[in-house]
Design a protein around this ligand. Structure first.
Ligand code: FMN
Length: 277
């Protein structure tokens, strides 16, 4: 379903998409779809699949990078469970020289997600990173508190419906905090992923990094598979590192719902692929 935004049901289909992207000098972030599991068996099942994904990537010549969600690994059942399943993933990832990004989910889960990340860092896992959402009012404080760890950060606007008590609703404020977070991360030398499709934010980050003399190796642009494909190619052709977030699997409903919520025109692509099968 919806081959526009989701690479396919299976790992094999996803790897074909990755190879196509590599030919365009765009690297992939593989994401096994799945979140908010309600049983330990489901969490362990997803972990086993993610370990299999990392093993499959380990044998490939291109950069290896996956994204995971902690609620996919049982965060809502037990923080310790999510932590220990992450340890298994990171051990496998270390063998495969694979980076593991922990996606950020909705606001009630931010504290637990950051706590698990800190524990993983204390255990010596450095090939993992977090996400900060510019719509959350707390994110600047979170970034400041994390700075001593020198975390790899991805900056996003945020994809969940959040109440005004915790999140800015005004696009101008979300954009302003986006730039503030991205610039502060880069000024502090953090490996930073600028994850957005917003042409104004991308242009400003290109301008600002050039002005500050921050090299193109010091950060990267990340976009979603199927979104602004021409922009992905353009940035890659200009010599930036570009990664596309490539989801695959059968648990696509929440992912596509968020894509439609943030850009209602996306419904068209999804509906079209439903009709075409
Ligand atoms: N949103 C989240 O809330 N958590 C994430 O972990 C997350 N990861 C993302 C990764 C990539 C590569 C991209 C491009 C977006 C991600 N998003 C995430 C979605 C953004 O928050 C946002 O909803 C989406 O990019 C649309 O906004 P835009 O105008 O910046 O493109």
């Amino acid at each position: 379903l919806s081959r526009r935004f989701v690479a396919g049901d299976t790992l094999e289909e996803a790897l074909k998409v990755v190879e196509g992207l590599e030919r365009e000098r765009i690297h992939a972030i593989l994401d096994l779809l799945g979140e908010m599991v309600t049983s330990e068996e489901m969490a362990r099942g997803f972990q086993a699949e993610i370990v299999g994904l990392i093993r499959a990537l380990g044998a490939r010549p291109y950069p290896r990078y996956v994204s995971v969600k902690l609620t996919q690994l049982g965060l809502d059942l037990s923080e310790d469970l999510a932590f220990s399943l992450m340890q298994g993933i990171l051990q496998e990832a270390r063998q495969a020289d694979c980076f593991v990004r922990i996606d950020m989910e909705d606001s009630p889960r931010v504290d637990a997600t950051l706590r698990v990340y800190r524990r993983l860092r204390e255990e010596g896992y450095t090939h993992t990173g977090i996400v900060l959402q510019s719509y959350l009012k707390r994110s600047e404080k979170d970034l400041e508190a994390l700075l001593p760890l020198k975390p790899a950060v991805r900056i996003v606007k945020g994809a969940y419906k959040e109440p005004p008590e915790v999140a800015f609703q005004d696009k101008r404020l979300i954009d302003a905090q986006y730039l503030l977070l991205a610039k502060k991360a880069l000024e502090n030398g953090l490996p930073t992923a600028i994850a957005t499709h917003d042409p104004h934010l991308i242009a400003e980050m290109q301008r600002w990094t050039a002005e500050k003399g921050i090299s193109k190796e010091g950060f990267e642009f990340q976009l979603l598979y199927g979104v602004r494909r021409d922009e992905q190619r353009r940035l890659a052709a200009e010599g930036y590192t570009v990664r596309a977030y490539v989801p695959y699997g059968t648990d696509w409903y929440p992912y596509l719902s968020r894509r439609i919520a943030e850009r209602p025109e996306n419904l068209l692509f999804v509906a079209r692929s439903l009709v075409q099968g």
